[in-house]
Design a protein around this ligand. Sequence first.
Ligand SMILES: Cc1ncc(COP(=O)(O)O)c(C=O)c1O
Length: 417
Amino acid sequence: MSLESSRIAFRRAQRSLGGGVASGLRASMRPHPLFVDRAHGAHVWDLDGDRYIDYVMAWGPLVLGHGDSRVMGAVSAMMSRMQVIGTSHVLEYTAAEAVLDAVPHGERLLWSNTGTEAIQVALRLARAATGRRRVVKFSRSYHGWHDTVHASLAEADCGEVAVPASRGQSPSVLDDLIVSEFNDIPRIERILACARERDVAAVLLDPIMSNAGVESPSPAFLATLRSLCDRHGVVLIFDEVIGGFRIARGGAAERFGVPPDLSVFGKAVAGGFTQSAVVGRADLIDQVAHGVVHAGTFNGNPIAMAAVEATMRVLSDPAVYDALESISTYFRRVVGGVLTAAPEAGGLRNIGSLFQYVPPSGLTSLHGTDGPWSTILSGMLAAGVLLMPSGKVLLSTAHSEADVDDTAAALDRVLRR
Ligand SMILES: Cc1ncc(COP(=O)(O)O)c(C=O)c1O
């Protein structure tokens, strides 16, 4: 894999695009972003025509892999009928019905475009319903780049106070955040015991900490959150932008048996097209008919709705999740086995098809250019395997055992070197 054309393309992109990329984090790919010419199933081909096994999966949406024919067929059929319509169309509600059918606590739904946007809608609904202002989030979790929730990774060091994660962020809106620790029951009990005095409207939780190392919630933690929120009149919001339709058809509520008041879905909901959704209690969501503003030119556009409906139809077959779990178990055994044989190289943990590389003990960060992850990342790219800089590994139903075997063989070669 020469990467030569990608290197040239990146230099040209830097002359027209801010940072040379369309989404900031992509610039962290080393030695530079891979420029893709086409994609199919579990593979992408770069500008030089070289093929890579793709474990980025567009950072989450592609649970069915690239270009699933059922999703693409529905979108192509819709493209010849309409693209975006400033009034209503039937797919807006048939696609909503399909999502609500999948999600155990789904009574009502709002369409939005991105995860970042839908999180803002969910927080507004919670504030409107409670008449309170503050939101409890959990240290290190990412809920989009918006000022109101984008807090620094260092926030854990600062007690419950959120610290801006970006230059140019308004520090004043971060006063609306209280930072707690995932799976820490005494701490959240302490915070929510004064929910009224501290003006807490919502608890916002990524139930699998997908952007903060991938971690299972303890059953007692989720159950405690549910009962504390009920007791203190706080809205419980699950951010399922990565986990939704990936860890189970019904998301975290199905997988862990604890329903939130609202769930935010994005990424996988539209099978690779742009759409997100807030799903949950009807009384909360129906506030949009009573003074809570929620708007968006592209919300519920026919192309995205066709993609959502087709994706939901495919995902309604339990065999899809059996296949996803089975390839994930195989990956854990075969690729995880290569890492187990070389403990100084680190390890893997996973929840279903979402994996996280974990550095060897003593190393807490993946960052830096000389750690084991950096060596794995660049070695695997040169061997035709595309991984994420953050150490997350995303599988899809399009990945085959042959792909996993090739990945394990490449990893073994990289580690031996
Ligand atoms: C857990 C989580 N929430 C929210 C978001 C923001 O979604 P989007 O990038 O679609 O705005 C992301 C994006 O990666 C995410 O992983």
